[in-house]
Design a binder for this molecule. Structure first.
Ligand SMILES: C[S@@+](CC[C@H](N)C(=O)[O-])C[C@H]1O[C@@H](n2cnc3c(N)ncnc32)[C@H](O)[C@@H]1O
Length: 221
């Protein structure tokens, strides 16, 4: 397991009980609007066409984004997975009775070690790839493994990631470099052409778009 000194890597451990209180204001309001230039409605459009009655959200953060995007939606089964126990506890409170199960799952472990929770019609995977401290090919393999392991036939994986090279804006380049130096992001070598090739290889029903510094995608199992 990729742990730093017995703890989760910074890209996961930075989300603490305290920072989660500010997370949505900082990430989904301030950074999305003023740094990454990707307003939440772009993501809402992809997510709301993807939800199924059995949904798995991986890398849950505070849980408020999922709660907001799915507020009109009834789930028969909603499961959240994360390596960070603070995120699981915080999001469990936010999602309340809508949540069925919270599982501890480390994407950096072999997928054979991931918990058995069955298959889902949809998986949400938002803003997680750019946090993982591994090379981009390994990140794409993780998405393949999530699909193979947890998606039912014709199920949908929907997500987004912040990528270098989408546009060249001074502020977002500076902030991305700073976050990479701190280990909060690990996306310096993430590649838009490789992501596009992966999405296209997933079939002609797959979709993606670039908004600001963010790639939003939706692929079918
Ligand atoms: C930037 S937050 C995104 C949260 C949420 N998806 C959102 O868009 O608001 C990244 C999330 O991925 C989780 N995460 C980071 N590394 C992980 C890993 N190796 N395995 C599972 N979850 C991980 C973090 O704990 C955190 O909840």
């Amino acid at each position: 397991m990729a742990k730093a000194n017995g703890r989760n890597p910074v890209g996961a451990s930075v989300y603490s009980k305290t920072s989660l209180l500010l997370y949505d204001a900082l990430v989904h309001w301030f950074s999305n609007n003023w740094i990454w230039n990707c307003q939440r409605f772009h993501l809402a459009n992809y997510y709301q066409r993807s939800f199924s009655s059995e949904h798995l959200e991986i890398g849950i953060g505070s849980g408020r984004l999922l709660g907001h995007l799915s507020k009109e939606y009834h789930f028969d089964r909603l499961v959240i997975g994360d390596v960070n126990d603070d995120c699981l506890a915080f999001a469990s409170k936010v999602l309340g009775k809508r949540l069925h199960t919270a599982i501890r799952l480390n994407l950096l472990e072999r997928s054979s070690k991931w918990p058995h929770v069955g298959r889902f019609g949809s998986i949400g995977f938002n803003y997680v790839l750019h946090c993982l401290p591994i090379d981009f090919a390994a990140k794409l393999r993780i998405m393949d493994q999530l699909i193979d392991r947890f998606l039912s036939k014709e199920g949908v994986l929907v997500g987004s990631t912040i990528l270098p090279g989408c546009r060249s804006a001074w502020l977002s380049n500076r902030v991305m470099r700073f976050y990479n130096q701190k280990g909060i992001f690990s996306n310096e070598n993430d590649s838009l052409p490789e992501l596009k090739a992966w999405i296209q290889a997933r079939g002609n029903q797959s979709e993606w778009k670039i908004v600001g510094d963010v790639a939003i995608f939706r692929v079918i199992a």
